[in-house]
Write a protein of this length. Structure first.
Length: 450
């Protein structure tokens, strides 16, 4: 009986141990996140964040002729809200009139001075010419008197006659000289009046020009549309308090919403993959359920420095194929640019790739056990990476390292396999690489098609 009790006890312990083993194995299996190696077409994509802008727009200009009135910049005193829909001729903005109002007052004062000066010059010339005319008339009378005296002296002695002739000649010369002087004085008076009148008319035209410019300080819409604030050189929107300069006097814009462009920037690592004409999948952050398509229409040749970073980026413009009334300028977009498709390759999720001591490997399930399997990887997209060697289709890999992963054996690849892909291999930089850390340099898709 005692012997049977021992047998039953041992059997119970064994059963409990087996049940516990299977339960624990089931729990461990449930904790393991795995993925299978897939085979098929592999898209190479570049994902960026962009901003919607209109392909074309009509500019709303401020006052024309600011430079002519020597005003180099003016501030926006008031402007309607960004995104407001307006009709043709409707109020858009008001500019600060302080500087031009002061200039108008100064010019009005100057015009009054010139008007007084013109009146004074007119009176002075009139008086001077009247005196000259009186003098000319008196000399004419004197000349006639000398002629009469000469006629009356014909019976006088020759000396007396000669003296009268000399007096007559002097009077004639004085009259001729006075007549010439009068003509010169008249021409001088005309020139003086023209000079003063020119200054007066110039000041008057300048004042009229200032008044015309002042009327334009109230900005109206040239046509119906949605008002969008212009962005200045640093990317900030030009609202109240922004400065409009005389060389670029654009206050706002009326975009054509029928054709939209996503303006985005691609880092210098990926820019070599992006070409004009490539297809793009576009998402709108404000409306996640909406999906659009587009194509690359422009790629910048020269990069630019991002603020507060050392990264170089290149501007890329993507034309949105579809029209939707919900699309508005300045909306944030997510652009997935399809740069190429590689046929018939093996690939796994990026999370399954790990790196240690310059060896790229995965945690491969081998029955109920797990081994570290060295692999050779290729190009990647945002979610997956190509496998060149080390695994077969439908092999199962772990996305999270198992417990005691450092104690697992490492299955390395033959040297001839590694040498085959030595020049093409691009290994991840860390165990859990970020998006760009496992991306390989662009390769010829034809290699994969073979």
């Amino acid at each position: 009986m005692i012997h049977k009790k021992y047998i039953y006890s041992i059997a119970g312990i064994v059963v409990l141990a087996v049940v516990a083993y299977f339960l624990l194995a089931k729990d461990n299996k449930g904790q393991q996140i795995t993925a299978k190696v897939q085979k098929g077409s592999f898209p190479i994509e570049v994902t960026t964040t962009g901003e919607l802008i209109a392909k074309s727009s009509e500019k709303i200009y401020g006052p024309q002729g600011l430079r002519q009135v020597q005003i180099w910049q003016v501030k926006i005193q008031d402007i309607i809200a960004d995104g407001t829909v307006v009709d043709s001729g409707q109020y858009v903005a008001a500019l600060d009139r302080t500087e031009i109002s002061n200039k108008i007052k100064d010019e009005e004062t100057n015009l009054e001075k010139l008007e007084s000066q013109m009146t004074k010059t007119r009176l002075d010339t009139s008086l001077e010419l009247r005196n000259a005319r009186d003098e000319l008339i008196n000399l004419k009378y004197s000349l006639e008197e000398k002629k009469i005296t000469l006629e009356q002296s014909k019976y006088e002695p020759p000396a007396t006659i000669r003296q009268v002739q000399i007096e007559l000649e002097k009077s004639g010369r004085a009259f001729d000289q006075a007549e010439k002087n009068y003509k010169l004085r008249y021409q001088k008076a005309v020139a003086n009046m023209q000079e003063v009148s020119a200054s007066y008319n110039q000041a008057k035209r300048k004042l009229e020009q200032m008044m015309d410019v002042l009327k334009q300080f109230t900005v109206n819409a040239p046509k119906a549309g949605m008002v969008i604030y212009k962005r200045n050189w640093d990317g900030n929107k030009m609202g109240v308090g922004a400065t409009v300069n005389a060389w670029d006097n654009v206050v706002a814009e009326l975009p054509d919403l029928s054709e939209m462009i996503s303006k985005t920037y691609v880092n210098e690592i990926d820019i070599s993959k992006v070409k004009s004409g490539q297809q793009v999948k576009i998402g709108i952050d404000a409306f996640p359920e909406k999906k659009f398509t587009g194509k690359v229409i422009e790629v910048a040749n020269i990069g630019e420095q991002q603020q507060n970073t050392n990264a170089k980026v290149y501007e890329v413009r993507i034309l949105v194929n579809e029209f939707d009334s919900i699309l508005r300028p300045a909306m944030t977009t997510k652009n997935t640019i399809l740069t190429s498709i590689i046929d018939s390759v093996l690939f796994i999720p990026l999370e399954a790739i790990f790196n240690q001591d310059s060896i790229t490997f995965v945690y491969k399930k081998d029955g109920r056990s797990v081994v570290r399997q060295q692999v050779v990887v290729g190009l990647s997209n945002d979610n997956e990476i190509i496998l060149r060697a080390g695994l077969a289709e439908k092999d199962e890999v772990l996305l999270v390292p198992p417990e005691n992963s450092e104690k697992l054996s490492l299955e390395t690849l033959p040297k001839e396999v590694l040498l085959k892909y030595k020049d093409k291999q691009t290994a991840p930089k860390s165990q859990k690489p970020p998006r760009d850390s496992v991306k390989a340099k662009p390769e010829n898709p034809a290699v994969f098609k073979k």
